[in-house]
Design a protein. Structure first.
Lengths: 559, 155
């Protein structure tokens, strides 16, 4: 009882004093690093886009494949990880009454581990000793430092997961029988998923280290690929789930509404956690060594992930419509006029969300056997994840930054920065329509991904892709303008905007809601179900690769 | 747990849509043979040159307008390259890699497969229209990846 009282007192104190200074410092540091990485990663992306269009010849000391490897690692792994934890820990601190001192320590240790890891990964790439892409498929063999850096980075992510678990567990101990507040519930789901998704890739990397040193001669290529994708696809879904948290929890508050059904929200989170890891296999639809029935099963398992997203689509548009109608919106679709389109915090998040409609549909298409065969490893795929990650996730993260950065910095969002944000959102959207649109189209005609500028000896087919590559370069140029504006806005809100109080906008549950059943809190059960699903998906193919696999492959440095 | 009626309808439709999608995918793959390349034969990736049939890569006519191509992929080439077949031919490609993971894509067709070392991949493609088809590697394989291509000329 006493601890509970203590907790309430702390919560009230935090509310009274605004953000906890020590916790704000954590989030501020994570977000600062995240946006610096975005800036560098953006320029790397621009260089690729211009090269692909034949407009820019890259120097031999920093070639296309080095830049591509760095762009992938920076954007998919680093920008997103640092942002996610800066965001999640700000929310955990706000909702659960400040971080525990030991959690703070863990999160700072995690920060150091990730920075060390990132440096160790980047050095060999710059030395041209690790041009192996974000996927580092063996038998391409990078410098051992690359893999060791990845281990440090993964440990940093794990520590952040553990910190969140301790924080939430402590709250549960002090609030027995209560539901974990919704933002922290999202944070729990995200951390559970990340914790388990990191295991396969960690196993892979630890298995590759002795090989990269030359202590072990050969490596099992298919096992490595499979372990990688169990992680690689889940990772992007973790960023998606992070974005989803802002749609369910934050967006309704920004438009003056309430959340969607608390129970259904939690069910969506549980479903995404349980079903996600098996989705990685659809990256191997046209791989050899995997029999058709196994591939069929995986197509079904991957498609199943679409279902919770369709639940999300309904929930969010329903919230928007309900809120708009309450505010006097009329007509079948006339209510949309009532939405705060001039508010960047809403606009960016809304476009991010809406873009998941084509992005998700494209994803469903390329998850199936036949359709994947048409587009596998073409520019279509690159277009797809620039729509999912580059718009859905990135724009949602940008939208979050316009209240989160002022919140943790004790400053406010000024009308000028809001306006700048609206402009940047539109530049970003148009840039991505050009770039992603061009990529999707060129991919359908066969243009391959991860390939520097080439006309394949002036082959007519390849020359036919050139106009699309020009669109891609135009899109890429707009995007770098967008990134510069975005980073400027973040730096301004962090250090220069007028001081003041900014709210952490968590929407309240819907009116007259029926109570949420307590089984949603049984994470032990959900984790077991998840592990069963993962076992169903992976035990058979992995055993097959190991028991009936070919002799291993020696490493190659082909760049 | 209470659910709005609209939502129930939406979710029922969503579920139905996914099921239909799965059924069509399954039907096409199994009944119509539109399965993705999934051969499971293995080979020692360090002894490709000594292992039949890859000791003699090349093209061989195996029937009326039917050809078999035994091909190795290595940085940064396809062997044999620049194949010629008459229009209307069905070509069975038998592929393996001598080094890293490569991709085998015939642009403007649906032929697309990963060729990983240690496995023998099989792809069949019918060429109806005459012309020059671009074959390219669509999996990053090293510094010369953008140069890894060949053609199939259909006469």
């Amino acid at each position: 009882m006493e601890t509970a009282l203590n907790q309430t007192f702390k919560t009230k104190a935090t509310k009274l004093l605004g953000v906890n200074k020590q916790d704000a410092k954590i989030s501020k540091t994570y977000l600062f690093v995240s946006f610096v990485i975005l800036l560098v990663g953006g320029f790397l992306g621009l260089a690729q886009g211009l090269n692909r269009a034949g407009l820019l010849e890259l120097p031999s000391w920093l070639n296309y494949y080095q830049i591509l490897t760095m762009h992938g690692v920076f954007m998919l792994l680093a920008f997103t990880t640092f942002f996610t934890f800066g965001y999640l820990y700000a929310g955990l601190s706000h909702e659960l009454g400040g971080l525990l001192p030991k959690v703070r320590k863990i999160v700072w240790t995690a920060f150091a581990s990730k920075i060390i890891g990132a440096v160790l990964v980047v050095i060999p790439i710059l030395m041209n000793e690790a041009s192996v892409m974000y996927t580092f498929y063996p038998p391409l063999k990078a410098h051992p430092m690359f893999y060791i850096g990845l281990v440090f980075f993964a440990v940093g992510m794990w520590l952040c997961n553990v910190g969140a678990f301790i924080q939430v567990a402590n709250w549960r101990k002090n609030n027995k029988g209560k539901h974990v507040p919704i933002f922290s519930y999202f944070a729990t789901g995200i951390n559970v998923l990340m914790f388990f998704a990191l295991i396969p890739v960690a196993v892979e990397v630890i298995y590759l280290i002795p090989w990269s040193f030359g202590w072990v001669k050969t490596v099992n290529v298919m096992v490595s690929r499979t372990l990688f994708w169990a992680f690689g696809h889940t990772l992007v879904n973790i960023w998606y789930l992070t974005a989803t948290s802002a749609w369910y929890v934050i967006a309704p508050k920004l438009i003056g509404g309430r959340r969607w059904s608390d129970t259904l929200t939690r069910v969506v989170i549980i479903a995404l956690v349980i079903m996600n890891i098996t989705g990685g296999f659809h990256h191997q639809i046209i791989d050899p060594g995997i029999s058709l029935p196994v591939k069929m099963m995986h197509v079904f398992m991957s498609l199943a992930i679409g279902f919770p997203s369709l639940m999300t689509a309904f929930a969010l548009f329903a919230v928007f419509e309900k809120t708009a109608r309450k505010q006097g919106g009329k007509g079948l679709i006339g209510w949309y006029k009532k939405m705060p389109w001039g508010d960047v915090r809403f606009l960016a998040v809304f476009i991010g969300m809406a873009s998941f409609i084509p992005a998700g549909a494209g994803g469903i298409a390329q998850t199936t056997n036949q359709l994947d065969t048409v587009v596998h490893n073409t520019m279509w795929i690159v277009g797809h994840f620039h729509l999912t990650l580059g718009v859905t996730v990135a724009l949602t993260f940008f939208g979050i930054s316009y209240w989160l950065v002022p919140y943790i910095s004790g400053r406010i969002l000024t009308p000028q920065i809001n306006k700048l944000g609206v402009i940047q959102t539109w530049i970003w959207t148009i840039g991505m329509i050009f770039m992603s649109g061009a990529m999707h189209t060129a991919g359908l005609f066969g243009s391959p991904r991860r390939t520097s500028y080439t006309t394949y000896g002036d082959h007519a087919t390849a020359l036919g892709w050139d106009p699309y590559m020009m669109c891609l370069a135009i899109g890429g140029t707009l995007l770098i303008v967008g990134i510069i504006l975005q980073v400027y806005a973040v730096i301004n809100m962090m250090f220069f905007a007028p001081k003041g109080e900014t709210e952490f906008p968590i929407a309240e549950a819907e009116e007259n809601a029926s109570p949420t059943p307590y089984w949603t809190e049984r994470w032990g059960i959900w984790i077991i179900v998840m592990l069963i699903v993962v076992a169903m998906a992976y035990v058979v193919p992995l055993t097959e690769f190991i028991v009936n696999g070919p002799p291993g492959s020696p490493g190659f440095k082909t760049w | 747990m209470k659910m709005h009626k609209d939502e129930k309808i939406w979710l029922a439709l969503s579920f139905g849509l996914m099921m239909i999608f799965m059924l069509i995918t399954g039907y096409q793959a199994i009944a119509e043979g539109m399965e993705p390349p999934s051969n499971t034969d293995i080979i020692d990736p360090q002894k490709v040159d000594q292992t039949a049939p890859f000791d003699k890569p090349g093209i061989k006519q195996i029937g009326d307008k039917e050809y078999e191509v035994v091909m190795t992929l290595q940085v940064f080439s396809f062997n044999p390259g620049n194949i010629e077949v008459p229009a209307g031919s069905t070509v069975h490609f038998i592929l393996t890699s001598k080094d890293v993971v490569h991709g085998f894509e015939i642009a403007e067709t649906n032929a697309n497969a990963m060729v990983t070392p240690g496995y023998i991949q099989k792809v069949t493609q019918k060429f109806d229209k005459p012309g020059s088809y671009l074959v390219l590697c669509n999996e990053y394989c090293g510094a010369g990846h953008q140069a890894m291509s060949t053609t199939i000329t259909v006469k």
